[in-house]
Design a protein around this ligand. Structure first.
Ligand code: GLN
Ligand code: ZN
Length: 759
């Protein structure tokens, strides 16, 4: 390094990028639909970047990040920057933007890169592919260009990039890589690209660069830790470079902290919300470093406890050369600005902080740390007052819910033995072997969405709304009868989203109108806010289910979302353990199962697609999580009699990874994704000794392709080789809401025919 950079002072690790009013979502979708050319898209992107830099500088941040913008995904950006474009996309001969979107979304002939969850969040990244032949090179200069773009606006930013280790650890081997190859084998080549990028950033005038290494808050092997040491030793030796901040987030660094401390990097970012201040305070070797202390929660929407955050900062100052104040992770995971959220109850609102409010908290903390609290006493007072108000506000504590939880007995989470249940259910339901069913939702047409919107806005009265929804349910039931399905569903036409719908109908939740968070690409979600004790004031789904069942002699399956998934896709209160909140949600869902049963519904599915998503990154933390999450599911489902069949649905195919948990759920039937991997999970199921009903998906609903009966029959035969016929169910991979009827009808007809042939 040529000169010591300015202190970081106050910063955030990243910022939302979809636009405060989802401008980038619209620009992207217009571009993909051919309504906006590449220049128009670039203009929209530049406007959002400029707005962000000005906003962050205006809020008073000392060090404003750049390159936190992305047209789709920051992992894809990093892969493209270093030349990791698989030949099948390069060969399309498209311009750079076209190639980029081909990797993200696919083209008519080429499938996109695999999309998967970003650590334990609900954001999704594109999985880079790296092989022995990948030609790493600095294939662009986006971080340098954007640094200059900001400098022209008068903001000297700190470019942010995914670090080389995490890029390789998140990548998968290219299709043609030999067995035993791991992307990390290519570290040395990749480091040369990062080294030259550092030189270019320094030449452009960057004082700092942030390299994100979130992979090191998960368990890593000694070889991976050694690679971390080697990488930052090498990058540290680049003679003319910016100061390097290696940022970690989503947990504690563990063994990676001393490793990083031993390298020449100038700054280390630590997550002091999900991670542990103790670990940092006990570390040696930080005396010459800046610790970028992530004390403001970047993933949740609660206002910080500024007093405790300041105490942590002061303690860290004792072991570090310098302390900078930051968020625990990028603010990508929270909405932009609470000021845009006008409909919230004012009291709840006073407890919250979205991205811009969190920036203000960081700035206030940095000021207090530097100059003492007096100058920012107002911010500290407001934060303390919000804490007091939250503790005693009506709705936050509900004594009825508390005492109900306190009197629960272990038996409340236990059903009868499976054999006994299976016998009672056989008798009650009389289903054929290889019963056919679906996962719950049927296609959501524009007309349906329109009806819901009209009802919400008051333009449509309750009676007319109910009549239209009932007509839709009747259509769906008749279609399923015509197709010959054995277990029917009502089709979920009344639901906007499987979590939001329940949140809107449970006490303890608030929903937002503009609280959008990017999920992937242009897709955004609006997580509800779980702020208080949860209960179910009145039945939610019972009338719809009862109506559907009244139309047919075949069993109609009731459809609920499970407690773990409701938590995973909400902003959850941080003032009590997640396990306690999960049990409250579980009791609310349990009330619904009991009422469904009383209404004559003999099969109830409780979806838990997020069970695996919340699995802690460190194996040492996993047992405790599985204990409470599985316990919550059982509490939610153990209130019904033996003769009522409980199903669950999980949205992934990694059965082996969480097999003990799936077994622990004790559901009578479990459906899981399997079609895309051509039943790869079947050996895992058979090998695990899993002994209840299982429905490995035979129709990949993520693709517009319609499978035929031969293909489904072949999949079922593979399954039957290892799973006995009396336990095998026939169903699609997931709900059908994103597909059209033109695909769904023939696909389900093929599914039914395949099952009939095998019977
Ligand atoms: N029952 C839901 C549906 O079919 C399940 C969705 C999911 O698993 N993500 O839409
Ligand atoms: Zn699913």
């Amino acid at each position: 390094m040529t000169r010591t950079p300015e202190p970081i002072g106050s910063t955030v690790l990243g910022y939302p990028r979809i636009g405060p009013n989802r401008e980038i979502k619209r620009a992207l979708e217009d571009h993909w639909a051919g309504r906006l050319d590449a220049a128009g898209l670039a203009t929209a992107a530049a406007a959002e970047r400029a707005r962000t830099w000005r906003r962050l500088a205006g809020l008073g941040l000392d060090s404003v990040p750049s390159s936190t913008f992305s047209l789709y995904d920051h992992v894809l950006d990093a892969a493209v920057l270093v030349g990791a474009v698989p030949p099948r996309y390069a060969e399309l001969g498209l311009d750079p933007v076209g190639t980029y979107f081909a990797m993200a979304r696919g083209t008519a002939g080429v499938a996109p890169l695999e999309l998967t969850k970003w650590f334990d969040t609900n954001y999704h990244y594109l999985v880079p592919e790296v092989g022995p032949e990948t030609e790493f090179r600095l294939a662009g200069a986006t971080p340098v260009d954007e640094f200059r773009e900001a400098l022209d606006l008068g903001v000297r930013t700190r470019p942010v990039l995914l670090g080389p280790l995490s890029l390789l650890l998140l990548a998968k081997p290219a299709g043609d890589a030999p067995p035993g190859f791991h992307p990390l084998d290519r570290l040395d080549d990749l480091l040369e690209v990062y080294a030259s990028l550092l030189e270019r950033l320094a030449a452009a005038g960057a004082g700092w660069v942030q390299l994100d290494e979130p992979c090191f808050t998960a368990d890593r092997t000694p070889a991976e830790l050694d690679a971390l040491r080697r990488a930052y030793q090498r990058l540290g030796e680049v003679s003319d470079r910016p100061g390097i901040l290696v940022a970690s987030y989503f947990g504690r660094l563990g063994d990676a902290l001393p490793v990083l401390a031993s390298t020449p990097v100038e700054a280390i970012g630590v997550d002091l919300v999900a991670g542990s201040p103790d670990e940092v305070l006990a570390a040696t070797g930080l005396a010459g470093k800046t610790v970028v202390a992530g004390v403001v929660d970047g993933r949740n929407v609660w206002r910080s406890d500024l007093d405790s955050a300041l105490a942590v900062l002061a303690a860290v100052r004792g072991v570090a050369g310098e302390v900078a104040v930051s968020t625990s992770c990028s603010l990508l995971h929270v909405p932009y600005d609470l000021d845009a959220e006008t409909g919230l109850d004012p009291r709840l609102r006073s407890w919250l902080a979205f991205a811009d409010q969190k920036v203000a908290e960081v700035v206030a903390l940095a000021s207090a740390l530097r100059d003492g609290q007096a100058g920012v006493a107002g911010a500290f007072d407001d934060a303390a007052a919000a804490r007091v108000s939250r503790r005693s506000a009506p709705g936050v504590v509900d004594d009825g819910v508390r005492s109900r939880l306190a009197t629960l007995q272990p038996d409340d989470a236990r059903r009868g033995p499976y054999d006994q249940r299976a016998a009672a259910q056989r008798e009650r339901l009389g289903l054929p072997p290889l019963p056919t069913t679906t996962i719950g939702s049927f296609p959501q047409t524009a007309q349906l969405r329109g009806t819901r919107a009209e009802f919400r806005s008051g333009r449509l009265g309750e009676d007319e709304y109910t009549a239209r929804m009932r007509a839709e349910i009747e259509r769906t039931v008749r279609l399923q009868e015509k197709l010959g399905l054995d277990v029917l569903v009502h089709g979920e036409p009344e639901r906007n989203d499987m979590v939001q719908y329940f949140a809107e109908n449970l006490a303890g939740f608030a929903t937002t109108v503009n609280g959008w968070v990017q999920s992937y690409g242009s897709r955004c979600v609006r997580p509800p806010i779980l702020y208080g004790d949860v209960s179910r004031p009145a039945p939610i789904t019972v009338d719809w289910a009862r109506y559907a069942q009244s139309l047919t002699d075949r069993p109609v399956k009731g459809m609920l979302t499970g407690p773990v998934t409701i938590l995973a896709w909400s902003f959850v209160r941080d003032d009590q353990p997640l396990a306690d909140t999960a049990r409250q949600v579980a009791l609310a869902i349990r009330d619904e199962t009991v009422d469904l049963e009383a209404a004559g519904i003999g099969i109830i599915q409780v979806d838990e697609p997020a069970l695996r998503e919340l699995l802690p990154l460190r194996s040492a933390d996993q047992a405790a999580y599985l204990d409470w999450s599985v316990g919550a599911f059982r509490l939610a489902t153990a209130g019904v009699s033996d003769a009522t069949q409980i199903h669950t649905h999980l949205c992934y195919s990694e059965f082996g990874e969480v097999v003990a948990a799936i077994d622990g759920l004790d559901a009578d039937v479990t459906s899981i994704e399997a079609a895309r991997s051509r039943m790869e999970i079947v050996p895992d199921v058979a090998g695990s000794g899993f002994a209840r009903g299982i429905g490995p998906g035979v129709y990949d609903i993520h693709s517009p392709r319609v499978p035929d009966a031969d293909e489904i029959e072949a999949l079922l035969r593979r399954a039957l080789a290892e799973i006995p016929a009396e336990r095998l169910w026939v169903n699609p991979d997931c709900g059908l809401k994103t597909r059209g009827y033109a695909e769904v009808e023939p696909a389900l007809a093929a599914l039914v025919e395949a099952a009939h042939r095998l019977r």
